[in-house]
Write a protein that binds this ligand. Structure first.
Ligand code: ATP
Ligand code: MG
Length: 574
């Protein structure tokens, strides 16, 4: 491809709505343009990177026997009603009505459609196992689309679904897909990690996520410095060993005292001259599945700990994490504003984090503005529904399998789930076993965010000047800067190199614009192809061209007639 016929427009300035480097670089490099929040058009270079990644995905899946299909983007309500997810998915499922009044949604995921596709066709145990996948556009009406392709509303996903006769075979299929994912992300040539994960609204009880490491990643990962334990912080258990030894035996009488203007744990710790870990904070959530209705519960944590809403969701068996009550709602429940609230005297369910369970004579809000109560003891002063691990694990904690946890930030690019019979039971997707008995199918599902991965690669691989593509999905491997396009012999020499590289099936791009060298070099750095070839009149006088490696900026001079061999050598295509 030549710049003069590429419909490529780079920008000098960062777009005002981009917060992270990869988003800025994709817009500045002309890779993407916004159509509406979370909805983008992909330019020719982005499309090439996307296609290259899709090919890696296809090769690794097909070599493990997966079969490509394509399911519809528009899906009928009736299928989603069978699993209850029409309502459970909430507002993220984009719903609409057609002219006859029939309800549809845009495909946010395809478990229902694929299960229906399979149940219509399979007959007996002889039809198993099989794995169906597609690479397709998904739509989710995300509350806060941001970071460009990272959290889009419309995005491309590869989704695969495995179908097996029984648990053991389903586990084998899961492991096979895990291997496929490892092969895919190994081939990308980036740094990634596999972590234990929450199953979210997909359901099931075993799942792992694949994360590309990057400091701006939305997820925190905790990885043990010994052994293989690694988990998304959302589900990382906290070991009892991490709880301090706060044991006092005599239970003292309750005492309410004035704490004027003290509204935060930090302020209370200063006011009382104690550590935040010696204080207890009370948080209020609504655990109603219906967003229009409030069902309040209280949760007690050490002042120094953070609540983990996913653990609370899983403890209560909810489909979505519970929502924090607003200040006004808290006032309605307790009679005081947040900062002065506590569990004593409330008639709502109270949950206790394990770390609080070992505390006695602690301080909480008095449910009266600007007052706190001390010498509070659960059991004696208020009833507890359940004690559980409900807080965030942190870097430095002892891990569940020993070792010390270290924190990383990651971008979730892949997610694999063992589903079991959740969908097949709900949708009656059954087969006749060898005894002629009807059995529900065992399923797994496996997603990769294709467009998110492409941007996540940039988030990990860039420098101050632009993108630094790994060879795996670079739109082009070589970027020729034709430095004196108006000099016919230079132009011809560059043209010859360009044609020869193309003949060798090497992906080459040539900047043949009538622009100054400085402009071309800046754009080449911004676009980020792994190698730049400078072909200019001055070098050609000595019969030389320059090769610059994008990652290291290292430059070598090479005779014009050796360029082809050298490039083949560098690209490992010899
Ligand atoms: P997240 O936790 O980031 O919202 P998810 O857990 O809802 O994602 P899955 O349902 O597991 O996502 O979807 C499979 C993959 O699709 C994810 O691992 C991610 O790479 C990608 N993906 C999900 N949501 C988006 C989005 N809004 N924009 C781009 N890619 C997405
Ligand atoms: Mg996920």
């Amino acid at each position: 491809m030549k710049w003069s016929n590429s419909f490529l427009f780079t920008l000098k300035e960062d777009p005002s709505d981009a917060e992270i480097p990869s988003h800025k670089l994709m817009v500045r490099g002309g890779y993407i343009r916004k159509v509406a929040p979370g909805i983008f058009s992909y330019g020719p270079l982005a499309l090439r990177a996307i296609r290259k990644f899709e090919n890696i995905v296809r090769e690794e899946l097909e070599s493990r026997g997966a079969i490509e299909i394509l399911m519809p983007m528009v899906q009928p309500k009736e299928l989603w009603d069978e699993t209850g997810r029409w309502t459970q998915m909430g507002e993220s499922l984009q719903k609409m009505k057609n002219r006859t009044g029939a309800h549809f949604c845009l495909g946010a995921t395809h478990e229902e459609v694929v299960t229906d596709f399979v149940r219509q066709q399979i007959k007996s145990y002889r039809d198993f196992p099989f794995n169906l996948y597609q690479i397709q556009t998904k739509f989710r009406d995300e509350i806060r689309p941001r970071f460009g392709l990272m959290r889009g509303r419309e995005f491309v996903m590869k989704d695969a679904y495995s179908f097996d006769l029984d648990f053991e075979n389903a586990q084998k299929s899961y492991q096979l897909m895990k291997q496929a994912y490892q092969a895919i992300f190994d081939r990308l040539g980036i740094e990634y990690r596999v972590v234990q994960a929450d199953t979210g609204s997909i359901g099931g009880n075993q799942s792992e996520e694949f994360h590309i490491l990057a400091s701006s990643g939305e997820d925190e990962l905790l990885v043990s410095d010994q052994g293989s334990f690694a988990a998304n912080v959302e589900i990382c258990p906290v070991q009892k060993k991490n709880i301090g030894n706060l044991v006092q035996t005599t239970l003292l009488p309750l005492e309410t005292f004035s704490t004027p203007g003290v509204r935060t744990i930090k302020a209370l710790a200063e006011f009382m001259e104690v550590g935040e870990n010696e204080l207890v904070k009370t948080m209020f959530f609504s655990v109603s599945e219906d967003v229009n209705q409030i069902k309040p519960v209280a949760l007690l944590l050490r002042g120094s700990d953070e609540v983990n809403p996913i653990k609370l969701k899983n403890l209560l068996g909810l489909a979505n994490p519970p929502i924090l009550l607003t200040e006004k709602e808290v006032h309605g429940v307790t009679g005081a504003w947040p900062g002065s609230c506590g569990p004593v005297g409330l008639n709502i369910p109270v949950y206790l984090d394990e770390a609080v369970a070992s505390m006695t004579n602690y301080v909480v809000g008095a449910n009266k503005d600007d007052f706190h109560t001390k010498n509070v003891n659960h059991g004696r002063d208020f009833a507890v529904v359940k004690v559980a691990d409900l807080r965030m694990a942190k870097e430095g904690d002892i891990g569940p399998e020993g070792g010390i946890l270290k924190s990383y930030r990651g971008i979730e690019v892949g997610h694999i789930f063992y589903l079991g019979q959740k969908y097949s039971k709900a949708m009656k997707a059954q087969f006749l076993d060898s005894n002629g008995k009807l059995e529900p199918i065992e399923m797994g599902c496996y997603g990769i965010g294709v467009t998110r991965t492409v941007q996540a690669v940039i988030e990990q691989c860039h420098d101050k000047d632009g993108i630094v593509w790994p060879l795996s999905i670079a739109p082009f491997h070589i970027h020729i800067c034709l430095l004196d396009p108006e000099d016919p012999s230079t132009h011809q020499a560059a043209e010859e190199v360009y044609q020869k590289l193309k003949e060798q099936k090497i992906d080459v791009f040539m900047d043949d614009r009538k622009e100054r060298p400085g402009v071309k070099f800046k754009d080449a750095d911004l676009l980020g192809m792994p190698y730049r070839l400078n072909i200019g009149t001055r070098g050609l006088i000595n019969g030389e061209v320059e090769i610059i490696e994008r990652r290291t900026k290292k430059m070598i001079k090479i005779p014009l007639n050796k360029v082809l061999d050298k490039m083949k050598n560098l690209l490992g295509s010899e």
